[in-house]
Design a protein around this ligand. Structure first.
Ligand code: GDG
Length: 467
């Protein structure tokens, strides 16, 4: 059996130095790579004066990683540009924030080409390739031009947008055509899968075959929904570790009997943080008796700080949290604790466990792992309540949460009130339901399902057709 080669923008297998900070995805991919003697290929995070194509191959935490440097201009145009200023907002339905610049386009294709050029000499006949996320959409088509005939799969971690939204992207058709050089495309949800199928059928003159395969541009591929999970067992264990317990106690002691409503997000406009703050303010206005009885703990770790939109969002959130605190705080109560620093994973687990309510209210999200982590970290004897946006991919699997429309401020305010007052019996019932799904559909289930489908079905012919 061939090796597994995972390709992603950044490569982050767990090393001893990073224990406690790694996400479940990195853990799950690393485990597969260790088991299958695979390679994790991607950008080192470093820049060089001129691109050399040199690969640094090393073992980190038992995983072989192959890293390439990029030029500063590459990072600017490909990563900060096309990936994070064009595709990210577009795929999250924020056409108002999309920047189309020719240099971004060129940089994106150049970096994908550089990835393909440096990766292809490493590929052996039986290897299976698995490309991750929106940074690398056209990679397979460039590898095919190098004569790589191996199975190549692709998984999109973010939503695939509705057809008319996607069509606002210049050269949308060319981009989709490159996807037909994969053998298997994975989306987070049926919703994203359907949106992609709709584009293929209605905008690319393609067709869906009776067995679900998609045919267009003279090629046939498979596509499916593979909802990603977390490392559920480990996360549950982390929530009762010493470190988590210390954080749990710290939180509970600082709560003074008040109920804690918690949000944990990257500081990103897709996460609906402003709408969440405003809904919480609405809740305080609707329920003045709750003043002094609850507080919002929002952890929002800064990301993509080079991109203006993120700096502007941060400034708006600073001012909004300041305003809510200014209006509602008393000398012994602060309604919003707004924190921009990052915590270790086990510390986060302790914070989730000490929470009475988890607020996960993105405006759009491929999946949202925080929703699953929140559930996994609860004490089943006295579980907190999850409030979840209907626009998070996770909502499809987590209907036992309080599902809300994050654009409806009043409805969110009332969901907060309902969660704060929910009787123990109902909380336990909902949690049991949610926990069953989180444990069964974890990250290993996700990975195994995708890899098995990529490996097992059909022979791949040189022209990319699968029979
Ligand atoms: C993309 C898609 C999809 C957050 N703050 C800290 C911290 N985190 C961790 C969380 C969670 C992860 O970051 C965030 O994952 P999400 O799924 O919520 O969101 P994205 O980063 O946008 O991820 C998303 C995901 O890919 C996987 O496919 O679910 O839809 O957008 O694990 O816990 N971790 C630590 N300290 C923090 O302060 N250690």
């Amino acid at each position: 059996m061939g090796r597994l080669i995972v390709v992603s923008n950044r490569v982050n297998p767990p090393s001893d130095a990073s224990v406690g900070t790694q996400g479940g995805l990195a853990m799950a991919l690393s485990a597969a790579l260790r088991e299958e003697n695979g390679i994790w290929f991607g950008w080192s995070g470093q820049t060089t004066e001129a691109f050399t194509g040199h690969l640094s191959i090393q073992k980190i935490g038992g995983v072989t990683v192959a890293l390439t440097d990029l030029e500063a201009q590459d990072v600017q145009e490909y990563y900060n540009g096309y990936a994070n200023r064009t595709l990210w907002p577009l795929f999250h339905y924020r056409t108002d924030l999309v920047a189309f610049e020719r240099s971004f386009d060129e940089g994106y294709l150049r970096v994908n080409q550089r990835f393909a050029d440096t990766l292809f000499p490493l590929v052996e006949k039986e290897d299976l390739l698995w490309v991750q996320d929106y940074h690398l959409l056209p990679l397979a088509s460039m590898l095919r031009k190098h004569g790589v005939n191996n199975r190549i799969g692709f998984f999109l971690h973010i939503p695939w947008p509705a057809m008319r939204v996607f069509q606002t992207l210049p050269k949308h058709r060319e981009l989709v055509e490159t996807l037909f050089d994969y053998d298997l495309l994975g989306f987070q949800t049926e919703d994203s899968l359907n949106a992609f199928q709709e584009y293929v059928v209605h905008a690319a003159e393609g067709e869906m075959l009776p067995d679900g395969r998609l045919r267009a541009f003279g090629k046939t591929i498979r596509a499916g929904a593979f909802p990603i999970g977390i490392d559920s067992e480990d996360f549950t264990a982390a929530a009762t570790s010493d470190k988590a317990l210390a954080f749990y106690n710290l939180m509970r002691n600082s709560q003074a009997g008040r109920k804690m409503i918690t949000g944990v997000d990257r500081l990103d406009y897709s996460k609906g943080l402003e709408e969440r703050f405003l809904a919480y303010e609405q809740f305080l206005n609707n329920h003045p008796r709750m003043e002094g009885e609850v507080f919002l703990m929002q952890i929002a770790t800064a990301t993509r700080e080079e991109v203006n939109t993120y700096q502007e969002l941060r400034a708006r959130l600073d001012s909004l949290s300041g305003r809510i605190n200014g209006e509602h705080a008393t000398i012994d109560w602060v309604p919003v604790r707004y924190v921009n620093r990052a915590y270790r994973r086990d510390e986060l687990a302790g914070i989730y466990r000490a929470s009475h309510v988890g607020l996960v209210t993105p405006l759009r999200d491929g999946m949202n792992l925080v929703a699953k982590e929140f559930v996994a970290a609860q004490d089943e004897r006295d579980p907190g309540v999850l409030i979840l946006s209907e626009f998070a991919g996770a909502a499809a699997q987590m209907q036992a949460a309080l599902i809300v429309n994050p654009f409806d401020r009043q409805a969110m305010a009332e969901a907060i009130a309902e969660a704060v007052h929910m009787p123990l019996k109902e909380r336990k019932q909902r949690h049991e339901d949610l926990m069953r799904g989180v444990m069964a559909e974890d990250v290993v289930w996700w990975r195994n399902d995708f890899v098995a489908k990529l490996r097992d079905e059909g022979e791949v012919t040189p022209n990319g057709d699968t029979f």
